[in-house]
Design a protein around this ligand. Structure first.
Ligand SMILES: Cc1cc2nc3c(=O)[nH]c(=O)nc-3n(C[C@H](O)[C@H](O)[C@H](O)COP(=O)(O)OP(=O)(O)OC[C@H]3O[C@@H](n4cnc5c(N)ncnc54)[C@H](O)[C@@H]3O)c2cc1C
Length: 382
């Protein structure tokens, strides 16, 4: 893997990379077709990832995590994307959900949830989006009303990744008095045995078929007040905004490696495909398109590595993370589209990885904060 600005990878990171590579190439990649048909991965693959130490690599060792730095998460994301594996979405579990508990959780929340997330006994999800509120998070309607030592939750979520499989969901809900309160809190909702909680159908998507995406329904669901993340109401919006920086960094990592893989596959293809008595790569148009895309990939890699370094030093701000997210995903979709074009008709055939990559890429401009919202975040600071 190229490392443009000398990130501090060690021999331990490389050992971890080898384990991750074996896991994704031997235990996940061969099953992507079956898992796509099933609309989800088998539960056991999470336990297997836990056994191999691939879950919660950056969570402190005292909570059974790997105790490693961000580069472990980067290595995992790189190997997953390079292997062409969509699900299980380890980064969502490792870099999005577990850190909420680790960063803001009470001692009891950390001690009860994190060790089980590290083994794969519990799979995590994050529930923000609702049918009537996506980009405008403050418009969510899900409520958690205090009733003695419990909250009573009512509402609906949609588009929740891992929603069918999740055992713990970081759930965004309003905890202030209805109807106009904007106070959002996060609840660590454990799904096992929850009365009044229901998961809807598997949502059918354009791509990322092996990742389960669900609607969730809450009908007078009772949880103890101890499930409130961090124990103080009304902090949810700030917690979400803070954590989204890392989520956007990881989206950037995924997008850049995705571009690198698309280019590798395409260069290999155009070198062997012939038309008009010559290789497709020998047409000037092919060489120029690939030269442009390779330049873009190199520029992005340098920017990404700078963002990784800044994140590790606690200096990646929301504006720069938004720049990385929108630009890398915009390029991801544009470049994979060119790669399909260079494959000709075969690029439209699902037997070819590039066709699946085209389908899988599209969502990256929408989730994790749409690219329009990214531009709003950037523009606000100008
Ligand atoms: C496959 C998939 C997985 C997902 N996983 C999760 C998950 O795990 N958890 C979760 O909570 N959510 C998840 N989401 C939801 C995702 O984050 C939202 O779809 C996204 O934030 C956009 O919200 P929306 O769909 O309601 O679109 P809307 O907010 O309705 O936006 C519609 C359009 O309007 C634009 N727009 C909105 N506001 C503005 C503005 N202020 N300025 C300019 N343009 C604007 C948007 O950019 C978009 O183009 C997932 C979605 C998908 C499809």
């Amino acid at each position: 893997m190229s490392d443009a600005i000398g990130l501090p990878y060690t021999e331990e990171h490389e050992m971890f990379r080898r384990t991750a590579r074996r896991f994704f190439t031997s235990e996940c990649a061969p099953h992507q077709g079956d898992w796509a048909e099933a609309g989800q991965v088998p539960r056991g693959i999470w336990n297997r990832a836990g056994e191999l130490g691939l879950l919660c690599p950056t969570i402190p060792a005292e909570y059974s995590g790997g105790g490693g730095d961000t580069l472990y998460s980067i290595v995992l994301m790189e190997e997953q994307v390079r292997a062409g594996v969509v699900a299980p979405m380890l980064s969502l579990h490792n870099d999005v959900v577990a850190p909420y508990v680790a960063c803001y959780g009470t001692e009891q929340q950390k001690a009860t949830l994190l060790p089980r997330m590290a083994t794969g006994e519990m799979v995590g999800a994050i529930g923000m989006t609702e049918p009537g509120a996506g980009s405008d998070l403050q418009a969510i309607g899900t409520r958690a009303r205090r009733d003695g030592d419990e909250y009573v939750i009512n509402g609906q979520k949609t588009f929740i990744s891992h929603g069918h499989m999740a055992d713990v969901i970081v759930l965004a809900a309003k905890t202030g008095p209805a109807p106009d309160d904007r106070k959002i809190s996060l609840i660590l909702f454990e799904t096992a045995g929850a009365v009044g909680f229901r998961r809807g159908r598997h949502l059918e998507k354009l791509g990322q078929h092996s990742a389960d995406t669900a609607e969730l329904f809450f009908d007078d669901v009772r949880v103890p007040v101890s499930a409130l993340l961090g124990g103080t109401e009304g902090r949810g919006f700030g917690q979400l905004m803070d954590r989204l920086v890392e989520e956007r960094l990881m989206t950037g990592v995924g997008a850049v490696v995705f571009i690198e893989r698309a280019l590798e596959l395409t260069i290999e293809y155009v070198k062997q495909r012939k038309a008009f008595g010559q290789r497709v790569i020998d047409f000037q148009n092919s060489r120029f398109k690939l030269a442009e895309a390779s330049t873009e990939a190199t520029v992005l890699r340098v920017f990404l590595d700078r963002c990784i370094r800044d994140f590790m030093n606690g200096q990646l701000d929301a504006q720069t993370a938004a720049m990385l997210k929108w630009w890398s995903t915009e390029q991801q979709c544009a470049i994979v589209d060119e790669c399909v074009q260079l494959h000709g008709g075969y690029g439209y055939m699902l037997d070819y990885p590039i066709a699946n990559m085209w389908l899988d890429a599209r969502i990256s401009k929408i989730y994790g904060g749409s690219n329009e919202i990214m531009k709003e975040i950037i523009a606000r600071t100008l």
